[in-house]
Design a protein around this ligand. Structure first.
Ligand code: B1M
Length: 218
């Protein structure tokens, strides 16, 4: 049954059908499926498939846009369930989160933000297409302990380095730690730009954020 549901979830994203993806997300809640299971083994399978097809020239921009919208619709339904997963009492740290300038991919970044919130972090999500100036300005304004930057394009990942260089120039590290992520981000890249940490997924991002802020035991 759950295998079947996961397949239907993936298919709803491939079809770019937001009504069906939202409905299947509701169904998964009724069936008490773990929301991360639904996202990772259901919806993400569909969006990855469309991404691959797009990369090969077998799918086109409208399909990519519709798949993205269907993903957002499903995640919006599951978000309250994700937030319920966390029951942390203490605030673990303040995170300014953004997708870097020139990049409008928001799904993974938002998921990371939701998981961080669920785990006890206060998250200020600036949204997408955010310049180094805005990210650093907000981090200073709210006295953030951590900046989290997502980049999904090989052409925009360089923006992560810009923010780190600017923080270094202003002498703001290690007061503000930096975590990066996104599909093209590798360990090599992280070492090269001297980020403090990175993760391949949202669950890992929580672990890394805790480690960076010395809260690993919570
Ligand atoms: Co775009 N896109 N896209 N896209 N898109 C990719 C990234 C691409 C790989 C597709 C492909 O060609 N195969 C390709 C990039 C190629 C490259 O750079 N090498 C691509 C392209 C080319 C483009 C455009 C240039 C297309 C065009 O216009 N010709 C354009 C760029 C627009 C721009 O940003 N300026 C574009 C546009 C779009 C849409 C707007 C249509 C849509 C986004 C909708 C939205 O976000 N509202 C879209 C989509 C949906 C995708 C794919 C298919 C899926 C991305 C996604 O949401 N994945 C993507 C293909 C792919 O990645 N396989 C693709 C699901 C999400 C849960 O995963 O975002 O990876 P992800 O996040 C993960 C981890 O990466 C990690 O945790 C998350 C949860 O597990 N993570 C972090 C992410 N951020 C993190 C931060 C952290 C830690 C972990 O710490 C701070």
């Amino acid at each position: 049954m759950s295998e079947e549901l996961l397949k239907e979830m993936a298919q709803s994203i491939i079809d770019g059908d937001s009504d069906i993806s939202a409905e299947l997300a509701k169904k998964s809640i009724e069936l008490k499926m773990h929301p991360l299971d639904a996202i990772t083994n259901g919806f993400v399978v569909g969006v990855t498939y469309i991404g691959d097809q797009f990369g090969k020239g077998d799918a086109f921009l409208p399909e990519l846009v519709m798949a993205g919208e269907a993903m957002k619709a499903a995640i919006a339904v599951l978000e309250p369930e994700l937030l319920k997963l966390g029951e942390t009492r203490e605030m673990l740290g303040r995170v300014v989160l953004a997708t870097v300038e020139g990049d409008i991919h928001e799904i993974g970044k938002t998921l990371v933000g939701t998981m961080l919130s669920a785990s006890g972090f206060e998250v200020i999500d600036l949204g997408v297409d955010q310049s180094a100036e805005k990210i650093i300005g907000k981090a200073l304004e709210v006295n953030a302990n951590l900046i989290g930057m997502s980049a999904l394009l090989t052409t925009t990942m360089v923006r992560q380095r810009e923010v780190i260089e600017e923080l270094d120039k202003e002498g703001l590290r290690p007061r503000i730690k930096v975590m990066v992520g996104g599909a093209p981000i590798t360990k090599d890249w992280v070492d090269k730009i001297k980020a403090d940490g990175y993760s391949e997924d949202a669950i890992g991002a929580v672990k890394v954020a805790k480690e960076l802020l010395g809260k690993s035991d919570q």
